[in-house]
Ligand binder design. Structure first.
Ligand code: BG6
Length: 488
């Protein structure tokens, strides 16, 4: 078994403990860390929600959801029962005045010397209220930490209001804004690949790179989250955070160290250099789409409007030609694309290098080199290079991948992003969390594009569920003489 760096004992309070994210991601992640021996025995996990449950029935709920979301995790049932003993439940309506927070106060008694964490897996409208109540109830000690799930606001103004409100109680140093994409293994590997190898960095610029593609394609639709999603859309839900964070890690300059602020300052510089897209460019540089009925994995699925029960102009797909205006990246487009109900679940970053200056083996021989970083489903890195096809009878050149499949190279189970991120909160390591100025910069850019779309009006382009999105997305690249990398 791998050695895990121990973390200090902690009390973790999960608000919204009966919600989907908690049961699907947080508790399974904590269970895995527990089974790997990383959670010190004095630690407690306190679930808070409005549902009328007691600790025993909440433990039962966590136990049942484990079967669904962490099947196979428990080889040793006794150890899994041990995990449940660390969990308590407090029934609380967080909008209730602080004098009704006594039960949480009691649950947190005798927590001296432990790291205290409040994880807000609630509706974002409650973030400021919870922070204020924690202060009023005397629960937020100066070194307590708060974890905020996205979305943080729905534009720059509302995100500032949330950050201001939470910031009145918790310092920036104690505020952990989660973007779970930063916890994915391949995403962290991007930094390692770039800065722990001599081969990559010298070719990582406009001198050798033609363009970059970031694709996050999902098979799922809005899955009962229609009410939230319809007010949000793909730009707010995915691009403002996950895709821009990926772009930042591809584009950033070498940080001076792996310290959180060194990395976050470099990401901020990228976001500040991101060219704004106004009404004059939005038609040529962006595509909005919305899924219609179709087939995903051979199964018939309804269109977006049928799924949410009304007509809507919200985009479930977006493709953007983004540009980073600095010396390293001038003239290198970053094509971003994300959508729901696409043909296959696939997230990857493709770095396509320039064509060779001379075609010694004929104009059709081989293909430009590509570095493909696959985030999911099967994490790994592939470097596509041209080689000679074996055999006599002419010299045939073919692109084949140098395959760094993580599954082949490492036998470890692949931890979910939340496992890493939760333990980083306990350790106080902010490297993989967004600093406030990053969130502001990303919203500033997204707001301008949203305003441009508003000014232009019009509906999103339809695309069939199970496809690669609207044809306009392919045409956008085609106009630049390029194509999306969509391997069969
Ligand atoms: C979330 C979005 O942040 O990320 C969801 O709100 C999306 O709409 C999800 O489905 C995708 O995450 P993952 O890890 O499954 O790619």
């Amino acid at each position: 078994m791998a050695e895990f760096i121990p973390v200090p004992p902690f009390d973790l309070v999960v608000f919204g403990a009966t919600g989907d994210l908690s049961l699907r991601k947080l508790f399974p992640a904590l269970l895995h860390r527990f089974l790997d021996g990383q959670i010190p025995p004095q630690s407690r996990i306190i679930g808070v929600a409005r549902s009328e449950l007691d600790t025993a029935s909440f433990r039962q709920l966590v136990h049942e959801s484990r079967g669904k979301f962490a099947p196979g995790a428990c080889v040793d049932e006794a150890k899994c029962s041990d995990f449940l003993q660390h969990i308590e439940y407090v029934q609380l309506d967080v909008s209730a005045p602080a004098d009704q927070w006594g039960a949480l106060n009691t649950a947190l008694a005798n927590g001296q010397g432990k790291v205290r964490i409040f994880y807000l897996s609630t509706m974002p409208q409650l973030f400021v209220t919870v922070a204020e109540r924690l202060a009023e109830a005397g629960l937020a000690a100066p070194d307590s930490r708060i974890v905020l799930e996205k979305p943080i606001g729905r534009d720059l103004a509302s995100s500032r209001a949330v950050n201001d409100g939470v910031g009145r109680v918790f310092s920036e140093q104690n505020t952990f804004r989660i973007d779970h994409y930063l916890g994915k293994e391949t995403v962290q590997n991007l930094l390692v690949l770039r800065f722990a190898n001599m081969l990559i960095e010298p070719v990582w610029s406009r001198a050798t790179i033609d363009h970059v593609q970031v694709t996050v394609a999902e098979e799922i639709g809005v899955e009962g989250r229609g009410e939230y999603y319809d007010k949000s859309g793909a730009l707010r839900d995915m691009v403002q955070n996950h895709l821009l964070q990926l772009l930042c890690l591809v584009a950033l300059e070498s940080p001076n160290s792996m310290e959180a602020d060194a990395i976050r300052t470099e990401k901020l510089k990228v976001l500040s250099a991101l060219r704004r897209i106004g009404p004059a460019d939005a038609v040529a540089k962006t595509v909005r789409g919305q899924y219609r009925a179709g087939l995903v994995n051979g199964e018939a699925v309804p269109g977006y409007a049928d799924e949410i029960g009304r007509r809507s102009d919200t985009e479930t797909f977006v493709a953007i030609k983004a540009e980073v205006d600095n010396w390293r990246w001038a003239g290198v487009p970053f094509y971003l694309r994300t959508g729901k109900r696409m043909g296959a679940r696939r997230s990857e970053v493709v770095v396509q290098f320039k064509d060779t200056p001379v075609h010694m083996f004929g104009p059709q021989a081989g293909a430009p080199d590509r570095l493909v970083l696959r985030l999911q489903p099967d994490e790994g890195v592939r470097l596509w290079l041209n080689v000679k096809e074996p055999g006599p009878g002419g010299l045939r050149v073919r692109a084949v991948p140098l395959n760094l499949s993580f599954a082949d190279a490492f036998t470890l189970r692949y931890p979910d992003a939340y496992e890493r991120l939760l333990m980083d909160v306990v350790r106080g390591n902010l490297s993989l969390f967004m600093r406030r100025d990053e969130v502001d910069a990303a919203w500033g850019w997204a707001d301008e594009l949203l305003a441009a779309w508003d000014a232009l009006g019009g509906e999103p382009h339809p695309y069939a569920s199970g496809s690669n999105g609207p044809t306009q997305s392919a045409l956008m690249l085609d106009r630049d003489g390029r194509a999306w990398w969509d391997p069969e």
